[in-house]
Design a protein around this ligand. Structure first.
Ligand SMILES: [Zn+2]
Length: 263
């Protein structure tokens, strides 16, 4: 039986971190400071009172509208808060209160924010990935369940493999394929989750990306849309890597049993 109070606490904590993540998404690309001023409506610039700034609840109370100007706000913010809360709780249910949990939460929160930024701006800022890689390697040094060697192997698998793919693609097609931000994100995923997770993430995100790309291509009735990716890849990488926390171990076991029955 899981401790309900603890789960509720982690849900609220996750929502608060999601709220902060939403501020980062809204302001980072506009060059606004993340720390100050306090939250304000992006439409009418009115400062948002603390009682209108409660994660998840305020959105529901205000029905997604600014109290002053009634323009719709915060749908994206609500989604980030909810997803962040679910990340905090679901990873706890899978990993318990362990070092792995802390590291998984940090990476997943980062991937959540990155996904929203990539979706809006088609960029994965180094401000996230580079410190993330460093924290991922340092985390392996602190976490008794991981080693720095496996962390570095994951980092190289993520960074190295994709860099090679991007290099060949740009050499053959004479244009840039996968962005450098995607490669750094995968290097971060590898540094925290190991090289197996990198391979899994590349495979799963490619399938997800292709399916969505094809669906979007058909909907837009454009033949070009099928071949030229105009969709951000960060969300697919993030979703695939996140699912590895829940399915990765099982899948690797099944895979090994299939090809090496006596393994
Ligand atoms: Zn307003």
């Amino acid at each position: 039986m899981f401790d309900f109070t603890l789960i509720l606490f982690l849900f609220v904590l996750g929502a608060c971190f999601g709220s902060f993540g939403g501020v980062v998404v809204l302001r980072l690309m506009k060059g606004q400071s993340i720390i100050s001023p306090k939250s304000f409506c992006q439409e009418c610039n009115t400062a948002i009172a603390f009682y209108d700034n409660i994660p998840l609840i305020s959105y529901l109370v205000l029905k997604g509208r600014c109290r002053k100007c009634a323009k719709p706000i915060g749908k994206k913010l609500f989604l980030i808060e909810l997803l962040s809360a679910l990340i905090f709780v679901s990873l706890f249910l899978k990993l318990g209160l362990t070092w792995n949990y802390v590291e998984a939460v940090v990476l997943s929160w980062g991937m959540l924010v990155i996904s929203f930024i990539d979706f809006d701006h088609r960029i994965i800022p180094d401000v996230f990935t580079l410190p993330g890689i460093l924290i991922g390697i340092l985390g392996a040094w602190v976490n008794p369940d991981r080693t720095v060697v496996t962390s570095l192997m994951g980092f190289l698998a993520g960074g190295g493999v994709l860099w090679t793919v991007a290099f060949i693609y740009s050499a053959v097609k004479k244009e840039e394929g996968m962005g450098g931000g995607d490669i750094k994100l995968l290097a971060w995923i590898g540094a925290v989750m190991g090289w197996q997770a990198v391979i899994y993430t590349i495979l799963v995100s490619s399938v997800l990306g292709s399916v969505v790309g094809i669906l979007m291509g058909i909907r837009q009735k454009s033949s070009q849309g099928l071949l030229k990716t105009s969709i951000p890849f960060g969300p697919f990488l993030s979703l695939a890597a996140f699912s590895f926390f829940f399915m990765g171990e099982e899948l690797i076991k099944k895979y090994l049993q299939f090809f090496f029955p006596f393994y």
